[in-house]
Design a protein around this ligand. Structure first.
Ligand code: SAM
Length: 259
């Protein structure tokens, strides 16, 4: 998959993508990263890409001419690519949106803003606005890198043997269960026995229980009505003994934790 960044700070993108998993993915040809600098499309002596806002106000606005020229150049290089502008007011990135992009395998042109944002007219050349959350950072490079990094993890081969994006928090709609590695005991803190006994069914049940508890405590909004009902014991459902014990055990652990 190809990611083309439109940015006045290409070194920031190149440096960030030059480490660890992303570097290996690049070297293996699983992802391709390139940049186009809107300053290369300016005609004035100072190579300016910003100007004061019409109507007054503080800050500067990203000028449309160099940005649109950069987008046109990017589209020549990647004609099938989707053009995404990073904007705090865009659709908020979630793991399911990330997966949508990864599954579509459509190349992306990521337009990074600066200053007080873009001249509104540039959105005529943009397919979608994306936000990484309800807060504002200084420029679009970090948000664009977050988008690229999160999508890359779903591209087969990128994580290699290091893990699977399908097991991560949010992949199942739940937060991830707690993880442990050696030593078994660290400063008196012991790894739960169930994880050390090799019983895969018990381990899976323990992990699901811990995921449900973490999600219920921290991000109840991610749970379905039915999951909340089962956790709280307000939903009556036909279940076998193992399932009944699972939910009873979960409720007991939740209640004990709240004491
Ligand atoms: C200082 S911000 C501009 C904020 C703008 N005045 C506003 O209130 O929406 C400069 C640039 O950073 C990027 N940016 C900042 N926060 C972002 C976020 N949460 N998600 C995506 N991009 C963001 C955008 O590209 C934006 O054009």
């Amino acid at each position: 998959m190809k990611f083309l960044f439109i940015t006045i700070f290409p070194e920031q993108i190149e440096q960030a993508a030059d480490h660890s998993i992303l570097k290996r993915a690049k070297d293996a040809g699983l992802i391709e990263i390139s940049c186009i600098n809107p300053r290369d499309f300016t005609t004035d002596k100072h190579r300016s890409v910003d100007d004061t806002p019409f109507g007054g106000g503080v800050g500067m606005v990203f000028k449309p001419e160099p940005l649109v020229a950069a987008i046109r150049q990017a589209k020549k290089q990647l004609p099938d690519a989707k053009v995404i502008a990073l904007c705090p007011g865009g659709r908020t990135l979630t793991q399911s949106i990330v997966k949508e992009f990864a599954d579509a395998r459509q190349n992306l042109i990521l337009v990074c803003g600066h200053y007080e944002g873009f001249d509104e007219r540039i959105f005529q050349w943009v397919d979608e606005k994306l936000s990484i959350g309800d807060y504002v950072v200084t420029g679009g490079e970090l948000p664009a890198l977050v988008v690229m990094d999160a999508i890359s993890r779903f591209i087969p081969g990128v994580l290699g043997k290091l893990g699977s994006a399908e097991d991560d928090s949010f992949a199942s709609g739940l937060l991830e269960y707690p993880q442990y590695t050696r030593p078994d005991v660290f400063e008196g803190l012991v790894v739960p026995e169930v994880l050390r006994n090799g019983d895969h069914a018990k381990i899976a049940a323990w992990r699901l229980k811990k995921s449900l508890i973490a999600t219920y405590k921290l991000r109840k909004d991610l749970l379905t009505e039915e999951q909340i009902g089962l956790i709280e014991g307000t939903v009556k459902k036909k279940m076998n003994k193992t399932q009944r014990l699972f939910w009873e055990d979960l409720r007991k652990e939740l209640n004990d934790g709240q004491k």
